[in-house]
Ligand binder design. Structure first.
Ligand code: SER
Length: 339
């Protein structure tokens, strides 16, 4: 049987780094697309790469026609803090980029007469709880609650989810003969923590920044309060979720957008877990009001029962395993000799 072709946009990012590796080991033909040259560290996992801007629709369409992907993992996006610094650009990349990809994918797959799966990482940023009291009293937030984001990032992710659903189910609704070829699947991720890379431009970044900084023997000043609670997930679980939803038969998916969750933890608890291993280090707290406001609007816990029911999602790493079996050993290895 021919190998399945997977195209990954924003391949150089944190998620891309591990996803390319996993797709290659699962036997996919891997095509990487990024605005920058592909990091040599991950180029061994790819069959071909394209240096292209996701907002260049003509080039996205010609890449689709040349690469003929069965699945696109559309990772290219600005994260929340970066997006807030330039909302217009973030909107252009996160929304227009997604629209151009969906439109080109529809045209390409219409011509090829074959369905194309688009897997889209969305985020807890699509939620916007009005205040901290509501956040503290809300229980596990489901996909349909509190979808009133306060950041441009959350707004663009929510909009992109809806665009994907539109292209799959309703594109050119007035034309009864319209054939639709997009199969759109989105995951709302909590904050992701990788042992290999440090994110840039996110607001949940205090967690990975803290871990990587302490592991290098330095102190960390957190930009959120110590009692800030967010849901997090170890990067290997995020990759598992992306590949699992991509490979699930469509008839098992009762919705297009799924929460996926792993564990919830406060900034102080993260600090405690890491300081235990690097006792010469310290964490201070100097909350940035704007970034604090953003995380205070994100839920502390999300309900992922639909993903568990429909496609058998479960995380391999709870908080203890994330720190003890993944983060601590890996970051210790990464920075050994640097202190
Ligand atoms: N980690 C993301 C951010 O902080 C949330 O999806 O922007």
């Amino acid at each position: 049987m021919d190998k399945k072709v997977a195209l990954v946009t924003g391949a150089n990012g944190e998620v891309g780094h591990l996803l390319l590796d996993r797709l290659a080991s699962k036997g996919y033909e891997v095509i990487a697309l990024d605005i920058k040259e592909i990091d040599p560290a991950i180029s061994i996992f790819i069959n071909k790469s394209y240096k292209t801007d996701i907002t260049d629709e003509a080039s996205i369409e010609s890449i689709l026609k040349e690469a003929k992907p069965d699945i696109v993992f559309h990772l290219a996006a600005y994260l929340s803090t970066a997006a807030e610094k330039d909302p217009d650009l973030a909107h252009h990349v996160n929304v227009d980029g997604t629209l151009y990809l969906l439109r080109s994918a529809q045209r390409y797959s219409f011509e090829a007469k074959k369905k194309i799966i688009i897997v889209f990482p969305s985020s807890i940023a699509v939620y916007g709880l009005p205040d901290l009291t509501t956040k503290n009293s809300a229980s596990f937030v489901s996909e349909t609650q509190f979808t009133t984001p306060i950041t441009i990032y959350g707004i663009t992710k929510l909009h992109a989810e809806n665009l994907g659903i539109y292209f799959e189910k309703y594109y050119k609704l007035l034309n009864p003969q319209q054939e639709r070829y997009i199969d759109f699947r989105a995951l709302r991720f909590p904050g992701l923590i990788s042992a290999m890379t440090i994110p840039s431009g996110g607001t949940s970044d205090y967690a990975p920044e803290m871990i990587h900084t302490l592991a290098q023997g330095q102190n960390y000043e957190s930009f959120v309060r110590e009692d800030t609670i967010l849901p997090f997930m170890a990067m290997p679980d995020a990759i598992k979720a992306l590949t699992l939803i991509a490979e699930t038969p469509k008839e098992k998916l009762s919705q297009n957008v799924y929460n996926v969750s792993s564990f919830s933890i406060s900034a102080a608890e993260i600090a405690q877990m890491v300081i235990k291993v690097f006792p010469e280090t310290m964490v201070g707290y100097n909350p940035d009001p704007a970034r604090q406001k953003i995380v205070d609007s994100w839920p502390a816990n999300i309900n992922d029962t639909s993903a568990r029911r429909d496609w058998g999602w479960f995380p391999d790493f709870d908080a203890k395993k994330t720190f003890e079996n993944y983060l601590i050993p890996e970051v210790t290895k990464k920075y050994s000799g640097q202190k």
